[in-house]
Each structure stands twice: as C-alpha cells, then as structure tokens.
Design a protein around this ligand. Structure first.
Ligand code: FES
Length: 111
C-alpha cells in the first residue's frame, strides 16, 4: 500500500510550472495549476522527455522534446494512445504531499 510522502514546499513551484522530485526511487513531476496541483511520472512515455520542463496550459503539459500533450488529471495523451501515470497530490500547511499510484506502490514496496 502506498504512503503519503512530503516532497516540497508549495511556494517552490510557480503557477503553471513543473518541478521534478524523487519519491521512493521514482522521478515524479509536480505541477501547479490554477485549480490546484497535479503529479505525474516525469518521463514522457514516447522517448523519456522531461515533462516537468514542458509547457503547462489548460490542465495539460506539452512534452518539450516532441510536443506530445498529456492531460494532467487523467494522464491521457491528447489525440494519441499514450498515457502517463497520475499520482495523488495534496497541499497541507504549505507543504506538498504525494502518494504514488498503486502500480508504483508495488515498486516502492519492492525497493
Ligand atoms: S519524448 Fe515526449 S514527445 Fe517525444
């Protein structure tokens, strides 16, 4: 079972930007959106592009390498078949907490 992990101060992530953090050996991308937060795997499923460095707009991130676009709430690629893993994220008293998706939690337990 996955656990909540404190990962960063909320003030360290500007609006409509992403940051990369490591959680239990996984690289996670954290994004600040006008309506809250999003957390996904940081590597693009296409060729590993750094999604935390992508352009964020309309609750989507555009990979900086080849411009594939992913919905940060569902993880679905816009107009394509790829997906990125979406993780739970919460802000508590100015700190960001992440809980890895269940598939990742298995890896965490095995680490
Ligand atoms: S690596 Fe992200 S679109 Fe190619």
């Amino acid at each position: 079972m996955s656990v909540w992990t404190r990962i960063a101060c909320a003030e360290d992530v500007p609006m409509l930007e992403g940051r990369s953090v490591h959680v239990a050996g996984h690289q996670i991308a954290v994004f600040r959106l006008p309506g809250g937060w999003a957390a996904t795997d940081a590597r693009c499923p296409h060729k590993g592009g750094p999604l935390q460095d992508g352009i964020v707009a309309d609750s989507c991130v555009t990979c900086p390498l080849h411009q594939r676009r992913f919905d940060l709430r569902s993880g679905a690629q816009i107009g394509g078949p790829d997906t990125i893993e979406v993780h739970e994220i919460e802000e508590r008293d100015g700190a960001l907490w992440v809980r890895l998706a269940e598939g990742r939690a298995d890896l965490e337990d095995a680490a």
